[in-house]
Design a protein around this ligand. Structure first.
Ligand SMILES: [Zn+2]
Length: 174
């Protein structure tokens, strides 16, 4: 069997960012999957499953209610490796076109107060597995990273050895 495209990216070089993962054609339409990466794979701890779950719920609620994005959004969900999320949207926006909505979504999580949306036995498969404080902490960290990282590092998968975390690394070391 072939290695699927998202596995064929060299994960030792991935840094946090927003990357086009794949583009599919459905009939006449294009559908784009973005890698919304919060963690440098295998180099720092992955996200706690409960925090991941809470971010999934809050961002999903934000996107599904967003006037511009609710009709473009096909899917939003966590990666199994717990280092990021996938967002699938209609059309083929560039990764940098996704930057404002991704930033807004995680900023919304970082400032969220109250009950986690959908965290009930009726609406969720594991409603006790939530952690709002950690979700807010992770979201705030990602927002800070995205606003401080160099643009050339956060919209394209690293292709050469010279592209590393660079200024982002200083942030993670701090
Ligand atoms: Zn759930």
């Amino acid at each position: 069997m072939d290695l699927i495209p998202s596995f064929s990216v060299d994960h030792t070089r991935i840094v946090p960012g927003i990357f086009e993962s794949r583009v599919d054609t459905l009939g006449e339409e294009l559908v784009t999957t973005f890698d919304v990466r919060l963690k440098k794979p295998n180099a720092e701890p992955a996200i706690d499953p409960a925090a991941m779950h809470t971010m999934e719920h809050i961002v999903a609620t934000y996107l599904r209610n967003h006037p511009k994005w609710k009709d473009k959004l096909i899917y939003w969900g966590p990666m199994g490796c717990l280092t990021g999320f996938y967002i699938i949207v209609k059309g083929r926006p560039a990764a940098r076109d996704m930057y404002p909505i991704i930033l807004d979504s995680f900023r919304y999580v970082s400032e969220f107060e109250g009950e986690v949306p959908g965290a009930t036995a009726e609406n969720c498969g594991k409603y006790l597995m939530h952690d709002l404080p950690m979700a807010k902490w992770e979201a705030k960290r990602y927002v800070e990273y995205l606003t401080r990282a160099k643009e050339e590092n956060i919209f394209e998968y690293p292709k050469t050895e010279r592209l590393t975390l660079e200024d982002g690394q200083a942030f993670f070391d701090s």
